[in-house]
Design a protein around this ligand. Structure first.
Ligand code: MSP
Length: 509
């Protein structure tokens, strides 16, 4: 894949459950990365979707007496709607019950088999339906639960195995040679010690239920739901056809996942790919988990956070902003209504919104609704001021931060520019200059509007609606809103009209 292309994926979501804040979080983080990369000129493919097979989904459907396909259709549609409602810019939405996926999976299975990595045996051991994962006796807690707290059951049945143990050294070698493969570092170390602890062969088929894709040569067996699910990332590129999208976008730039499913992505998936001779994704990015007002989120506690309700109550951009701003990507974080309101008011409303409002309202009133009509030559001078030097440095830093998945650092950078601009407006006091030095007032206001143009362009990945609203108010042409346009050449046209200022970030109570 050329470096002009960028392929990013969310995990595909189990359809046994309705969308919650965890799903929203992963999706928004990927969306921010995807939008950022598009704005920086990359050709992006952004994939999301739903994981519809397996015992967990089959059981959930049984409980409500609905056929699994119909059940999956219903919940998948809710995830689809979540993407729309959260303004997620995914280019594709894959469902594992789609024909394209099933065909791809069968082909992938056959390749694994042809490579000599699959054999038939018998699985005797523990399985957790909730986690859709196998556990060894030694991993169980004293109460006989999975390390995740999920119940387990004893399984004894014929099963196909993937020769995972064979790949242990190759995996360790790969982690060693590709230090950027697993992000963040702390999680990388966890994965390495897990693999060093010894890998045993992985059961990759089951015979005790029906809801899934049958093993091509032996339809009594249903393919293990994780092998099924992971294949979505190449199925969406047309695999086994290794042309077109596949050449363009494989290997993926980043699989973004929660920390709970890192092992599947950083151990099993690379081993499968090595076995069939495909390239490995460039990075597996593991984010943390949200708690709700300090408590673990769980259905039994009844404190699950509904993303649709968040958007309704606080607004879309406000919700997106908070989730990206509140925690260092990679760490766990706590959802607190008070913090959401506080960040909205002190950062979006008081810093960014206020800078726009006080600048453009003043311009609208005292500069004849026009971008201050300064001598174009003066734009060069503005670009040499400390404020613009800082902006230029930040643009470079944003790229580095985003490439390193430090999403919230980019927000901090944008806030930093806003703070500098707020200090500048207070220091220069255009309202006083209006009487003493109108010429200087025009220059100060021009600098501020130009700074706002940068802020709005940079905000687009995070708060797309508000940012485009800001750019509309500044009358920035639609085709001049990417990162390429963040330079002097595209500076606001002196004398161009601006639109009537309207608040973009209302305060929340
Ligand atoms: N279907 C699998 C993924 C297969 S990918 C090939 C799955 N689905 S899931 O719906 O259970 O979870 C999807 C994502 O939501 C996971 O990355 C998980 O980490 C994330 N989250 C679930 N609860 C979460 C929080 N409370 N906080 C943050 N993310 C959480 O796993």
């Amino acid at each position: 894949m050329s470096s002009d292309n960028f392929y990013i994926t969310t995990p595909i979501f189990y359809v046994n459950d309705v969308p919650h804040i965890g799903h929203a979080y992963t999706s928004i983080a990927c969306d921010v990365l995807a939008r950022f990369m598009r704005l920086s000129g990359k050709n992006v493919k952004f994939l999301t979707g739903t994981d519809e097979h397996g015992q967990k989904v089959e059981k959930s459907a049984e409980k409500v007496n609905i056929a699994p396909q119909e059940f999956a259709d219903k919940t998948s549609a809710r995830f689809h709607k979540m993407m729309k409602d959260l303004n997620i810019s995914n280019d594709d939405f894959i469902r594992t019950t789609e024909e394209r996926h099933k065909q791809s999976l069968s082909a992938f299975w056959n390749k694994l088999k042809d490579s000599g990595n699959i054999y038939l045996g018998e699985y005797d051991g523990w399985y957790s339906i909730r986690d859709e994962a196998y556990y060894s006796e030694s991993e169980l807690t004293e109460d006989g639960l999975a390390p995740t707290g999920a119940p387990v059951e004893w399984v004894e049945e014929p099963s196909y195995f993937f020769a995972l143990s064979k790949w242990q050294d190759k995996l360790l070698e790969y982690y060693e040679q590709n230090p950027e493969f697993i992000w963040p570092k702390s999680r990388r170390n966890e994965v390495i010690s897990f693999v060093k602890g010894g890998l045993i062969d992985l059961s990759i088929s089951r015979t005790s239920f029906k809801w899934g894709v049958p093993v091509p040569s032996n339809p009594e067996h249903i393919i293990y739901v994780w092998l099924d699910a992971l294949t979505n990332y190449i199925a969406a590129l047309g695999y086994p056809n290794e042309q077109q999208d596949f050449t363009k976008f494989w290997p993926a730039s980043a699989h973004v996942v929660g920390k709970d499913i890192l092992r599947f992505h950083a151990v099993y998936w690379p081993a499968f790919l090595m076995a069939v001779g495909l390239d490995l994704p460039k990075s597996i990015v593991a984010h943390g988990w949200w708690t709700n007002e300090g408590e673990k989120i769980s259905k039994s506690v009844g404190n699950v956070i509904d993303p649709f309700a968040l958007v309704k109550e606080f607004g879309l951009d406000q919700t997106r902003y908070f989730l990206m701003r509140e925690i260092n990507f990679g760490n766990d974080g706590n959802f607190s209504r008070q913090n959401l309101i506080m960040r909205n008011n002190s950062e979006l409303a008081n810093k960014i919104g206020n800078l726009l409002q006080r600048t453009s309202a003043f311009v609208y009133k005292y500069c004849d609704r026009q971008v201050p009509n300064i001598e174009p030559i003066y734009i060069n001078v503005i670009y040499e001021t400390p404020l613009f030097k800082e902006i230029t440095a930040i643009i470079e830093n944003n790229m580095l931060q985003m490439q390193a998945f430090n999403i919230n650092k980019v927000i901090e950078n944008i806030l930093h520019i806003t703070e500098l601009a707020n200090i500048y407006i207070d220091a220069e006091a255009p309202w006083a200059l209006r009487k003493t030095d109108p010429d200087k007032m025009q220059k100060v206001l021009y600098s501020l509007l130009e700074t706002l143009r940068y802020i709005a362009i940079m905000l687009q990945p995070f708060t797309p609606d508000a940012a485009s609203n800001m750019l509309d108010q500044l009358n920035v042409p639609e085709n001049q809103r990417t990162f390429i346009n963040m330079n002097k050449e595209y500076a606001l046209q002196p004398g161009a009209t601006i639109r009537e200022p309207k608040p973009i970030f209302p305060r929340l109570d």
